[in-house]
Ligand binder design. Structure first.
Ligand code: TRP
Length: 322
């Protein structure tokens, strides 16, 4: 099993419930490879490389504090594995342009980042690089969100094409979709850094409280005592994740109008603060140990090395290369 994380900024509770908790569970009974996809970050943020070292370090520590266990998982940084670049070049030789131009995320990025000049070779090749991430460790199961399914599909086609040309060398993976709920942000849309509607897992108590207060609620619940519609309210969606103890009570008292939104938000903020307290302690403890992220990633690089070498030897032999 393998998955990657682009180090583009702070981890928020959408990542936490949408993805990270699932990966912490999956590491228990799979041979797991988790890595930080810093080269992938460059496909859109090539002009912000000064942010890279700190983003890599904080994401590594966030994942470990969240429960990713580097003793269990092979946890490494993509750019530490230079063979990934070699195999990307080789796979590029047999990747039809049309396949890449059709990928929905490519078209979305071009549209959403129209002002940022990302129409580059690197961005077009994003799924080739992702194919390499997967195949270089012989990944079979790829836990990803819905948005990544087209990339895994392309990986499968590319693996078949490679194997047709050069023999049965690469392993064909499949996507493992989690049934995690999509977490709404403060504006009711999907929580996302680019929409500036997140609560970050490392936010301090005051920030969490301020952000929870800023959430939209049912627009029909205007005056005190108005009945609310919990099922369309993003605050209630978050109660589902954080407030087992008062979940049904909240539904009931929102629907009758007895529970004012201000109080409902305070209840939620209390629970988010308490939920992340152990995470924050572990995170601070890691932060106090100098060089811990570097050490973890260096160990991961050691562990992944032989796996990568084995694949590359087979590829070079199959392609008659040195
Ligand atoms: N594209 C993935 C994302 O944006 C990150 C990623 C890079 C990845 N390489 C991967 C995920 C390989 C799974 C497998 O979230």
């Amino acid at each position: 099993m393998l998955t990657g994380f682009r180090p583009t900024g702070p981890m928020h509770i959408g990542h936490w419930f949408g993805n990270v908790m699932n990966l912490v569970r999956l590491q228990e009974d799979h041979e797991a490879f988790y890595f930080l996809a810093d080269w992938h970050m460059l496909t859109t943020h090539y002009d912000r490389t000064e942010e890279l070292p700190e983003n890599v370090r904080t994401l590594a520590l966030d994942l470990v504090a969240a429960g990713v266990d580097p003793n269990r998982v092979t946890f490494y940084r993509q750019s530490d594995v230079k063979e990934v670049a070699e195999l990307t070049l080789l796979l590029g030789m047999i990747t039809p342009l049309g396949w890449l131009e059709r990928v929905p995320t490519y078209k979305e990025r071009l549209r959403d980042m129209a002002e940022r000049d990302v129409a580059n070779f690197g961005l077009l090749g994003y799924p080739v690089l992702q194919t390499v991430d997967i195949t270089i460790v012989k990944g079979e199961l790829i836990p990803v969100g819905e948005d990544q399914v087209s990339h895994v599909e392309l990986t499968r086609e590319l693996v078949r094409r490679f194997n047709r040309h050069y023999g049965d060398v690469l392993v064909e993976p499949r996507a493992l979709l989690s049934n995690a709920p999509s977490v709404p942000g403060s504006d009711g849309r999907k929580m996302s850094k680019s929409l500036d509607n997140t609560i970050d897992v490392r936010d301090d108590e005051a920030t969490i409280r301020r952000k929870v207060r800023s959430f939209i609620t049912d627009p029909m619940k205007v005056r005190l005592g108005d009945p609310g519609r919990p099922d369309i309210c993003p605050i209630f969606a978050l109660h589902r994740l954080f407030s087992q103890d008062i979940y049904e009570w909240t539904r009931e008292n929102c629907s009758t109008g007895a529970l004012p939104c201000v109080d409902c938000k305070t209840n939620l903020a209390d629970r988010i603060v308490a939920y992340y307290a152990p995470f924050r302690d572990r995170r601070e403890e890691l932060e106090r140990t100098p060089g811990v992220a570097e050490k973890i990633l260096a160990d991961g690089r050691e562990k992944v090395g032989p796996v990568v070498e084995e694949t590359m030897k087979a590829v070079r032999t199959a392609m008659n290369l040195a």
